[in-house]
Design a protein around this ligand. Structure first.
Ligand SMILES: [Zn+2]
Length: 86
């Protein structure tokens, strides 16, 4: 299932997904479409991606929780990282 999400993301030009860890779920996105063209503004910018990930994951797997972006290109990282919080 998580592989399908990665395919969906790259097919739609949303970025490249890497699953860092399954439990707790930790996802890294490179070339994130939401913030890859934005200079560092000291903010996390990708609430749309977080919501989309959360909807797909909680809707299609047995995993429940809230996806939160913890690192973002907008806050000076070179990728976006999302973690699931139960
Ligand atoms: Zn981001």
């Amino acid at each position: 299932m998580l592989d399908e999400i990665a395919v969906f993301w790259s097919k739609n030009g949303l970025g490249e997904i890497n699953i860092n860890n399954i439990n707790p779920l930790e996802i890294v996105i490179n070339n994130c479409f939401e913030c890859c063209s934005v200079p560092p503004v000291d903010k996390k910018l990708c609430s749309f991606s977080a919501g989309l990930l959360e909807g797909i994951i909680t809707g299609n797997t047995g995993i429940g929780g809230t996806i939160k972006e913890t690192e973002c290109q907008g806050s000076g990282h070179n990728h976006c990282m999302y973690k699931m919080i139960k």
